[in-house]
Design a protein around this ligand. Structure first.
Ligand code: PEP
Length: 256
């Protein structure tokens, strides 16, 4: 059975005091031993705090992005190696906000994935179509382009130890969620694309869904055979919500 995960993406939110109360509440909900991973990806200045609070718990943590460079004159960048020094397990790469607001091209995202793997992080590689692509029937084409850029740079073998997150851009932070059928179709497409290179790796690869997931809609999405959990933005820094979504993933796992 594929591993399952619920990963929170705090985005540009948090404060030392707020993080502590949020994580203490989450620690009460997530058991130390669980076969459905729960993690938070936090702004880099909070990694030390989060490491201090979560070490030894059942909750993992990670960075929201890493540089495509390892070191050097790249002001403002944080490398995968630096994130790994804070015992991060995860790093999000290629989030649509990075792709659209910061102009990250497919090839740059693939470089970041490679850096994260080299630092022994689990990259959470995000792909997703825009509304314009979906409306003109270009969803598969958009997803294939993003996945192929990664396969070309890293090879299918590097996907072992990674995670893919399908995040339709039109569903992120909008309150519009893909239907479970739309999510299943896209997840199966992504898995199938990777299977053309390596079927065994594709079969084992966790593919998470992201896009306005809430405790109330998570169960239906996670029941789909190719949906292995979620990448959660807006709901992840909200008291109780991440735990509620994680419980939906845990329950869905039992039913699969
Ligand atoms: C995200 O930012 O990865 C995301 C899925 O956001 P939201 O859950 O708010 O749509």
């Amino acid at each position: 059975m594929r591993s399952k995960a619920v990963v929170g993406n705090w985005k540009l939110n948090g404060s030392l005091a707020g993080n502590e109360s949020l994580l203490r509440a989450l620690l009460r909900e997530i058991p130390r031993d669980t076969d459905v991973a729960c993690a938070v990806c936090v702004p880099s200045p909070y990694l030390a705090q989060v490491q201090g609070l979560l070490t030894g718990s059942g909750i993992g943590w990670g960075a929201q992005d890493v540089s495509r460079h390892d070191q050097g004159a790249y002001t403002g960048e944080v490398s995968a190696r630096m994130a790994a020094e804070f015992a991060c397990r995860y790093a999000i790469v290629g989030h649509s906000e990075r792709r659209t607001l910061f102009g990250e091209a497919d090839a740059v995202v693939a470089e970041k994935y490679a850096r994260a793997r080299a630092a022994r992080l689990t990259p959470n590689f995000c792909v997703g179509e825009t509304l314009e692509e979906r409306e003109r029937g270009g969803t598969g084409e958009g997803l294939a382009r993003q996945v192929d850029a990664l396969l070309e740079r890293c090879g299918a073998a590097e996907l072992e130890g990674g995670i893919v997150a399908y995040e339709p851009v039109w569903a992120i932070g909008t309150g519009k969620t893909a239907t479970s059928a739309q999510a299943q179709e896209a997840h199966a497409f992504i898995r199938g694309r990777i299977a053309q290179k390596d079927g065994a790796i594709a079969e084992k690869l966790p593919v998470l869904y992201g896009g306005s997931v809430k405790p109330g809609n998570a169960a239906e999405l996670f029941a789909m055979p190719d949906v292995d959990g979620g990448l959660i933005g807006g709901a992840s820094p909200v008291d109780e919500d991440l735990a509620g979504i994680w419980r939906a993933a845990r329950d869905a796992r039992k039913g699969k």
